[in-house]
Design a protein around this ligand. Sequence first.
Ligand SMILES: Cc1cc2nc3c(=O)[nH]c(=O)nc-3n(C[C@H](O)[C@H](O)[C@H](O)COP(=O)(O)OP(=O)(O)OC[C@H]3O[C@@H](n4cnc5c(N)ncnc54)[C@H](O)[C@@H]3O)c2cc1C
Length: 469
Amino acid sequence: MASSPAKTDQIIIVGAGVFGLSTAIHLAARGYTNVTVFDSQPYETSKYNYLSGSDAASADLNKIIRSAYGEQTEYQDLSTEAIESWKAWNDYISSGECIPEGMSKTDQVFVNNGHLSLVDGTELPPFEKATIRNMQRAGFMDTQLITTDQRHTEMMRTRGFGYAIDPFQRQNKGKGYLGVLDATGGIAVADKACRFALHKAKQLGVHFVLGPKSGAFAGFRYGTAGTVIGINTKDGHEHLAAKIIMACGGWTPALLPSLDGICETTAGSVIMLKIPRHSPLFERFAPENFPDDRGYLKIGYRGTKYTNPKAQPDSKERSVPITRYTDDDQIDRIPKQAMEVFKSFIADFLPELAEEGIGIELTRLCWYTDSFDNHYVIDHLPNQESVLVATGGSGHAFKYLPIIGRWIVDIIEGVGLDRPLVKSWRWRELQPGQTPVNVLMEGSSSPRALKNVKLSTELDLRLSTRSRL
Ligand SMILES: Cc1cc2nc3c(=O)[nH]c(=O)nc-3n(C[C@H](O)[C@H](O)[C@H](O)COP(=O)(O)OP(=O)(O)OC[C@H]3O[C@@H](n4cnc5c(N)ncnc54)[C@H](O)[C@@H]3O)c2cc1C
């Protein structure tokens, strides 16, 4: 087991996304007095806002928060723990005790507007059935509400979730609207939540070095025995530390080749539509029901996870993010196939957007790290007990922003290592005969590699009322 740092030891966190921010907060809260977070992005000015230049999985308008995890009750329990903390964060903001610059007491970082999972057909799939059963077993009665069950729809109306019964007005069109509303869930206002987390960490004494040179990790600094004793940053400085937490999201696999086969960087596709305040649709998609308080409606697609394999210094190919901080001219252009899915979805579920002349305002590739089994990777680097990796969010880690750091600090301190989740986050490899949830590292010949994929064009941003697929 790796040795735990002393409370006064220097601890470095590389990456100020969900994993890095949460770790910083919980290290400081547990009494570690010398914690520094490095990030190459100037989040104090860009404020985690994608529209203001931030580009990371955590820098987004909103993210889903749900307890619904089917048979994966460990994550369901983790969501319960997180949702309590999200509510506490809202209370903390409204009390005025911790408000980042530019935010106010009325800001919420979690909106409990429910998470609706619509299904095809007339029967609930096994995942939804398992969620309903497991939430009841955990004592959360009547939190998973079926949209076609009269008793449940009455509860939805009474509890203020009436808008989620048939939000796409499918019934009027003679179409199915069967789904399950997870009434415990909703959205995190992602950029504001990260701003709050950064501010809270600073209040607790964490130091931040943010910027493209001084904040950028350039490599490890090794001691005489070949052990990692610090990091070098792009401004040429070295920073010594007893523990280094690598939480670089989609950038991590290229920085740490030992993650080969465990994690790969992939992209989800995102479109954003802006609903003008004067539009009759604005009220229907009001912030408390649907999009963000800036009038954006965000739609995401991860049906195909695209990759960007590039040759690395060791001549192996690893997928790396394309962002506005890279030179690539593919920035912001999503694959044609993803665009077709979006348009087909909108034509089927939201034709009124095209009728109102609302088009797609912007497209985005959102880079994150998938593991082969969808579990995170939170463990020490093999043979380097001073380096802990915290990544592999696999498209579902944002919701744990307020609490994942508590688990990470436990792992640093060697506490509760036999808990099932902690075991599932350990260094691992795909076992013979094991079917991966995500197939990784198919390389540049993969049909998912962006260089083999047709990208959408400017003209594609118009919507049609007719389904294309
Ligand atoms: C399209 C999409 C939708 C999603 N939806 C949801 C959802 O609804 N609910 C949910 O719970 N989760 C969701 N997720 C997953 C969630 O966004 C991620 O799991 C989480 O944000 C990952 O956080 P992170 O800290 O690992 O990475 P990031 O947020 O990417 O942060 C990594 C940080 O490391 C920094 N960095 C990288 N390299 C260096 C370097 N060399 N030096 C210094 N800093 C560096 C980057 O600048 C960045 O700030 C979604 C992800 C995507 C892509």
